[in-house]
Design a protein around this ligand. Structure first.
Ligand code: ADP
Length: 484
């Protein structure tokens, strides 16, 4: 499938440092999760190359920050247009290395590109402030300035969007970036970098350092320990987020963290059940359940519990699982064998504690997992405590609104949450009570470039997207003018 690209030049297998494509001495394989076949090999870089990339970014910083916002806007919009124009090829590369169905991959390309467009526009709206003086001899002026060299460490589940969501606000603010893409999905990152080059991104402003799992630890360390790197943005597991935060302590680096979630999905008796089922399908089974905002646990009020399960089961049974390049496929492979094993472990734990399989319940093989619904789930089960990151919908019954809110909030995570009701009062009560950064009300799909994406509690720090998303990349400077 990768061989059928319209533009073969998008299949880059070298890293990008200071505007130069780097072949690297060592390499690692990129494999197709649907077949296990090798797609390509890319440089396995480490500490020295990371330091080179940081130095290149540092060198590029003065000229990039000195450009007017409109000039940065122009380069970014060119990049945006090239991504949109090459969406089919980017989608193929994405499906090949990540597995999601081609239509979903294309959706991600467009969604990913939208962050570049949004932040290119926001670049022009980085307003300062003047503060009314309290001393007639002085004036108070507030400037916003780019923070400096930024690092972005990104996951494999959205190989394009997780990069653009970090890189676009950095570039817009006037910061150069060093990107360390996930080891499973470096080809999408390199294709994006190739298009950035074609768009006229100055050398060193956007760097991509590829590394395998072991070397990623070294690259991460070098990025965290560098004094020149002023900001680190990471999307991934809470566990790795903690490591990075610790590593960033000595340099007091600014951090944006998008970590794990454990999204509750609540259906009240008064909900439109068909709409709730539709929302559940999108929220749960998109990307084979491998998104950090995926519904992880379902709480359904007793009056509609059986109906909801029956309708969800019917829909889940209709999901076509297979290679994402085949037409009509709705669910691709899991990213790897560990992902399959985790879903399996959550199911066997639940069954041992009294849950019942309504549909699915087993792997198809080492790569694919059957869409699963479990009923009679309880709070003791692992699948309600940890993110399953797979196509498993555990459903639990509740009686009162207070009980549902308490169950939903009983977690150290606080990224996305969802609830379905037609009661206006309840919309406000529950919407305000949920300790989550994002709440989908009567919808299972909440992400878009214009809104703040991020979590409460141990789900992270900062917000991405929206006008807030650029703030993490800006320092606030206060000028105090005397002798007026
Ligand atoms: P996932 O479970 O989704 O793979 P991870 O948090 O393990 O999430 O990985 C997300 C990103 O973090 C990937 O780019 C990975 O290479 C990187 N990563 C993992 N461990 C470390 C580490 N110790 N230091 C720096 N980066 C890391």
């Amino acid at each position: 499938p990768i061989a059928t690209l319209n533009d073969a030049g998008l299949l880059k297998t070298q890293a990008l440092i200071g505007g130069e494509w780097i072949a690297g001495a060592a390499h690692f394989d990129v494999n197709d999760p649907a077949t296990g076949l090798k797609l390509a090999e890319v440089p396995n870089l480490g500490t020295p190359e990371t330091l080179d990339a940081i130095a290149a970014a540092d060198k590029a910083w003065p000229a990039w920050r000195a450009k007017t916002a409109k000039e940065r806007h122009a380069v970014m919009m060119k990049w945006f247009s090239l991504i949109v124009a090459n969406a089919d090829d980017l989608a193929r590369i994405l499906t090949a290395e990540q597995g999601k169905p081609l239509a979903e991959a294309r959706g991600e390309v467009v969604y990913g590109a939208s962050f570049i467009e949004w932040f290119a526009e926001e670049a022009k709206r980085v307003y300062g402030e003047t503060i009314p003086t309290t001393d007639n001899g002085k004036r108070y002026i507030i400037l916003k300035q780019p923070v400096g060299v930024c690092a972005a460490i990104t996951p494999w589940n959205f190989p394009i969007a997780m990069i653009t969501r970090k890189v676009a606000p950095a570039l817009a603010a006037g910061c150069p970036v060093v990107i360390k893409p996930a080891e499973q999905t470096p080809l999408s990152a390199l294709a994006l970098a190739e298009l950035a080059q074609r768009a006229g991104m100055p050398a060193g402003v956007l760097n991509v350092v590829t590394a395998d799992g072991a070397n990623s630890v070294l690259v991460g360390k070098a990025l965290c320990e560098s004094d020149a790197v002023r900001h680190l943005s990471f999307t991934g597991s809470t566990e790795v987020g903690r490591i990075l935060m610790r590593q960033c302590a000595p340099t007091i680096k600014k951090l944006s963290l998008e970590l794990g979630g454990n999204a509750p999905f609540i259906v009240f008796d008064d909900a439109d059940i068909d709409s709730a089922v539709e929302g559940a399908m999108i929220s749960k089974y998109r990307n084979a359940g491998q998104t950090c905002v995926c519904a992880n646990r379902f709480y359904v009020q007793e009056g509609v519990y059986e109906t909801f399960i029956a309708r969800l089961t019917e829909k889940a049974r209709g999901i076509k699982v297979g290679n994402g390049f085949e037409p009509g496929i709705n669910q691709g492979p899991m990213i790897d064998g560990n992902a399959v094993a985790k879903v399996e472990a959550h199911i066997s734990d639940a069954l041992a504690k009294g849950a019942r399989v309504v549909v699915g319940g087993a792997r198809i093989d080492d790569r694919f997992f059957t869409p699963t619904v479990l009923a009679d789930v309880s709070s003791e089960m692992l699948c309600t405590k940890e993110e399953t990151f797979g196509p498993l919908a555990p459903v639990m019954k509740f009686r009162t609104e207070a009980e549902a809110v308490a169950l939903a909030n009983a977690t150290e995570f606080g990224l996305a949450s969802y609830f379905y009701t037609r009661d206006v009062g309840r919309i406000f009560r529950v919407g305000e009570a949920l300790e989550y950064g994002m709440v989908g009300i009567n919808t299972g799909l909440i992400s878009t470039a214009e809104v703040p994406f991020g979590g409460f509690k141990q789900s992270g720090l900062g917000r991405e997207g929206s006008h807030q998303g650029i703030e993490d990349y800006l320092e606030v400077k206060y000028l105090c003018l005397g002798d007026i």
